[in-house]
Structure formats: C-alpha cells, structure tokens
Design a protein around this ligand. Structure first.
Ligand code: AMP
Ligand code: GLY
Length: 423
C-alpha cells in the first residue's frame, strides 16, 4: 500500500511512525511533513489546505490511503473531494467536520442529542451580545464560531474582558469570517481531559484517555498554546467517567449525526471538563489531538492501518483495540517566545542522544533540515515521548531525554503529568 499523510506536526509524525510499522505499507508520503518524517517517509511540499494539488498528487501516485492529520483540510472538504475521485481517505466529510468547524453547529447537535455541555447563546451583532453579557454577568466564555487556530476562545472573568472579546471578534473581525458570529457560554470549572474515539458511523471505539496541558507555563499559568504536553491514560477519566462519556456523549452524538443524514467516519475527540464526577463537553474535534496522539499511538499495539481500513469499510465492530498498559508522557519543547512571536532556524542539538534513551521517541513538529541538519521551523518543535512502568517512571525518563536536547531559546513545561502523579 501507498499511504499519504497530510500535516506536519508531532501528531502527524506519530501517525507516520505507526504507519511505517504496518506490514501492509510499502511507501509513505507526507505533505508537507517535517525533518522527523523525512527520515521515515518521502515529504512532498504541498500545503494541507491545497485540496486540488493533494487530489492531483494522490491520483498521479496511485495513493491507496490518505490519512488527514489536521482539521483545516477536513473542513475544506478533502474527504468529499477524494471520495469523488475514488480515493480512500481517513477523516469525516465536510458536513461532519462542521462539528469542529462551527461551534454553533456543535452546540446545536449537542442540544439535539441531549449531550451535557455549557448553556449558550449565539450572536452575530455586538449590541445584543453585550446586552446578554450584562444580564448574565461573568465569568463567561466567548468563542468565535469558526476555526481560529485555537485562538478564538476567550474565558472572561470580568465584564471588561467580555466586552473586549466581543469587540475583537465581531467588530474588529480579528478572525475574519470565522468571527462572523459568536457563541457565549457558561463558564465551566473542573479538570479537563481528552476523550478520543474512532467511529465508522455506527460503532464507537474509544482510544485510551489522555490529558493535554494548554497553558504555556508550569502550574497552568500564562496564555494558551496548541498544547505543551500530554499523557495517557488520564486517571481523571475513571471507569465511571468513561461510561458516562460513552453513553451520554459519544453514542448519542453518533446516533444524532446519523439521523441528521451525516455519515461520520473517522475520529471524534471530545474535550471534556470533569467536575463532581460529571463530564461536560467543551468542544468536539474531528481529528486526533496534538500532542495527545503522541502518547496514545505510542501505547497502541494494533496495526494502525487495519483500524483505519475497518473505519472506512464500516466494520469497526470487528476490531478490538490492544493497548500497552504502561503509561506514556509527551513533553513539548517549544521555540523561545511561543505562543507569541518567535524566531526560527536554530540548530537543534542532542537529538541522537535523546533517541538512545530506552522507551523514548522524539517526535518532530516544527522542524526542517538545513543542509542535512535539523533546525527549528515552528512554535512547537519537538514532542519527546516516553513510556514507563508507572507514570513517575515515564516522567523521569522523558525529562532525562528532554535534558539531552537543546537550542537557543528552547522552553518547555517542567510539570507535565503532575496532575496524574497527584492522583
Ligand atoms: P475549546 O476550543 O472550545 O475547547 O476551548 C479552548 C479552551 O478554552 C478549553 O480547552 C478550555 O480550557 C477553555 N474553555 C472552553 N470552553 C470553556 C467553558 N465553557 N468553561 C471554561 N473553560 C472553557
Ligand atoms: N491538544 C489539543 C488539540 O489537539 O486540540
């Protein structure tokens, strides 16, 4: 089989790493990939949002399977376009991808399906939104409806913050058309977890639970990032929470999508907020999480291609997932300045030494090769991932590996998986 993987992050490197292990696969392409993916696959310089060029490439190179990493190509309808040409693709069609592409759509489906989530109201004009905020009072969370690269969510503790968020999204149009309407919702407190499932539109199979670390600094301080680290499993997802997440969230969601005429095949990722043993949904994503995928796929023992084929052929009910019982932890190493402005092009030292550490893989994200040498090329640069007998073991190993790696300005959180250790 020839496989094309779309994307260039740590998630996509982890997908590529699993894909090359499949006995069914003899060639892997990545578009556009990174320096880590270049070691195990052939990288082609096509932007993930350039659906027409990806389509052309897949047809010309007789690609047997395309795995879509990020949400943007899915919301742009890559699955629809590929399927029209008889190409096999892993990821939902455009109508399904709306679950992530529009917060208003996600909320509407949740209401229809009776899925526990924050109460909300939808606005497209600033004045009625501000009137609503005055009536409700803070804390509230204000979200741009469309995709805003993770920057369109404003948890507001004060009225001033809330008014400013409305101005930035609806009046100043900071996020363009993604901000032509907003969702204002109730503020939920608790502990977050990522509950990521496979579905073929009928059967739902959960992957192991995980937890991301969104704020940039230790102790969950500072601005939000794409994710500074993750571990799996997440002990906050107890057997009871798992049962509630399946019965009250995932199964009703897939049933409701299906009865709305949406044949959803691929990944559904529920961002959960857990308090008093109750999970509420913060958001749905239509793809794997980054960095959650790194520890999850490190623990997955099945052939990834078998699972993906079962999803596409709608025989997921035949699959049983095998997971390494050992926990895994991923620490993201980022460019100085990230998530704000940062410089690129710094040489990365110590990759080989880190790779030599047992039960450890260094997944690349924002890296590229300059005359054969890996250099930084993005905000999140590496996702160092280790397994251990216990979460403590995995944490000790991962930070031993992280300490081997260096470049000018590198920063990372030193408390990844602390919450799990406390439990
Ligand atoms: P989202 O993209 O909707 O998941 O939002 C990004 C982050 O904002 C989440 O991971 C939460 O940390 C926070 N967030 C979103 N919605 C809420 C909410 N209703 N209450 C509290 N925090 C929220
Ligand atoms: N790690 C958060 C996300 O993938 O959305």
């Amino acid at each position: 089989m020839k496989v094309l993987i779309i994307g260039s992050g740590g998630r996509e490197h982890a997908i590529a790493w699993k894909t090359v292990q499949s006995a069914k696969v003899n060639k892997v392409y990545c578009a556009p990939g990174n320096a880590g993916m270049e070691k195990i696959a052939e990288c082609v310089d096509i932007d993930p949002s350039d659906i027409a060029s990806l389509n052309e490439f897949a047809l010309k190179n007789s690609i047997d399977l395309t795995i879509v990493g990020p949400e943007l190509p899915l919301t742009l309808g890559i699955a629809d376009a590929f399927e029209k040409n008889g190409l096999r693709v892993f990821g939902p069609t455009q109508s399904g991808a709306l679950l992530e592409g529009s917060k208003a759509f996600a909320k509407k489906i949740m209401k229809e399906a009776g899925i526990p989530t924050a109460d909300y109201c939808l606005f497209s004009e600033p004045e009625p939104a501000k009137q609503f905020i005055r009536e409700k009072n803070c804390p509230l969370v204000i979200k741009a409806d469309g995709l805003a690269a993770g920057k369109g969510v404003f948890p507001c503790q004060t009225m001033d913050d809330a008014m400013e968020a409305v101005n930035r999204i609806l009046t100043d149009r900071e996020f363009g058309d993604a901000g032509s309407s907003i969702v204002i919702e109730e503020f939920l407190s608790g502990e977050e977890a990522s509950f990521i499932c496979l579905t073929d539109g009928k059967t739902v199979i959960p992957l192991p639970s995980s937890q991301d670390h969104k704020p940039v600094y230790d102790g969950d301080r500072g601005p939000n990032t794409g994710g500074m680290g993750a571990y799996s499993p997440a002990p906050v997802v107890t057997p009871r929470i798992h049962e509630l997440a399946m019965n009250n969230i995932m199964l009703p969601l897939v049933r409701t999508l299906s009865s709305s005429g949406i044949k959803y095949k691929g990944i559904i990722y529920a961002g959960l907020m857990i308090e008093n043993n109750i999970p509420n949904v913060l958001e749905f994503n239509v793809r794997l999480g980054d960095p959650e995928t790194q520890p999850i796929l490190f623990r997955l023992e099945n052939d990834l291609i078998d699972i993906i084929n079962a999803v596409i052929d709608e025989r997921l009910s035949e699959v049983s997932i095998k997971i390494d019982h050992r926990p895994a932890v991923c620490v993201v190493m980022a460019s100085g300045g990230y998530p704000a402005e940062y410089k690129k092009g710094f040489e990365i030292h110590g990759l080989e030494q880190a790779d030599e550490i047992e039960n450890t893989i260094v997944f690349h994200a924002g890296t590229s090769l300059e005359n054969g040498t890996p250099v930084t090329a993005g905000g999140r640069v590496l996702g160092v991932t280790s397994k251990g007998k216990t979460i403590e073991d995995a944490v000790n190993t991962v930070y031993t590996a992280v300490d081997k790696i260096h470049w000018d300005g590198v920063h990372f959180r030193k408390d990844i998986a602390m919450k799990a250790k406390k439990r």
